[in-house]
Design a protein around this ligand. Structure first.
Ligand SMILES: Nc1ncnc2c1ncn2[C@@H]1O[C@H](COP(=O)(O)OP(=O)(O)OP(=O)(O)O)[C@@H](O)[C@H]1O
Ligand SMILES: [Mg+2]
Length: 205
């Protein structure tokens, strides 16, 4: 794969979308070919799966169904967009990826992490990000930043969101080379500067 794959992770309201837009603009100014995607979603079929996943009326959805739907949405996005873009040499920025399933469905809901990794590897054609940023902040503070109506996952209790946060930190600790933790409550521009320095290092490698 000629391109670079960079993902942004972290709990609700932690600043993922803000940082991804700042980085996309930075790279576009440098005349880089950039693609910005979000998960679950990014292509029509995956956006339809997203609607099912986030629908607050789907109270009966089982944990396993939830995990597999995230993987299904991801498989479609990888096949349709991510793999071809990386082959073409593009820089792909993705708002959430497999680490989200480890954090939310694994650490959050208690699904076996090894099982998620196994299915994840299959769903993603073994594509792993070259670099991952985890926007970290206290769950309560992140949630309080969200002004819109909360979706099915966001509505879960604080204890769940705290498990997700600890999960992300654990993922980062186990893979310091790939995963960089950003302090989500620092000023946006400060966080952006750290993002740029990590990305520049990756692009030179
Ligand atoms: N470093 C920051 N300091 C203060 N406010 C911020 C910072 N970064 C983002 N925000 C604000 O916090 C809110 C949530 O940010 P953003 O949408 O980027 O987070 P997110 O992680 O993408 O959230 P979501 O889980 O909803 O996708 C926005 O109103 C944004 O402007
Ligand atoms: Mg966002």
């Amino acid at each position: 794969m000629k391109g670079k794959f960079i993902t942004f992770e972290g709990s609700e309201g932690s600043g993922k979308s803000t940082q991804i837009m700042l980085l996309a603009q930075y790279l576009k100014n440098k005349r880089k070919k950039v693609l910005v995607l979000r998960e679950p979603g990014g292509v029509m079929i995956s956006e339809k799966i997203r609607d099912i996943l986030l629908d607050v009326d789907n109270k009966k959805m089982s944990d396993v169904c939830e995990m597999l739907l995230y993987m299904a949405a991801r498989a479609q996005l990888v096949e349709e967009v991510i793999a071809p873009a990386l082959t073409k040499g593009m820089i792909v920025l993705c708002d959430r990826f497999l680490d989200s399933t480890l954090a939310y469905q694994g650490y959050g809901n208690g699904i076996d992490l090894e099982m998620i990794k196994k299915i994840g590897s299959f769903a993603t054609k073994h594509i792993t990000p070259d670099l991952t940023f985890v926007c970290d902040m206290p769950a309560r503070k992140g949630l309080s930043r969200i002004r819109r109506v909360k979706d099915r996952i966001e509505q879960r209790k604080l204890a769940y969101h705290n498990r997700v946060r600890r999960g992300y930190l654990d993922i980062a600790k186990k893979d310091l080379k790939r995963v960089k933790v950003l302090q989500g409550d620092n000023p946006k521009e400060e966080i952006h500067a750290r993002v740029i320095s990590c990305v520049e290092r990756l692009l030179k490698s």
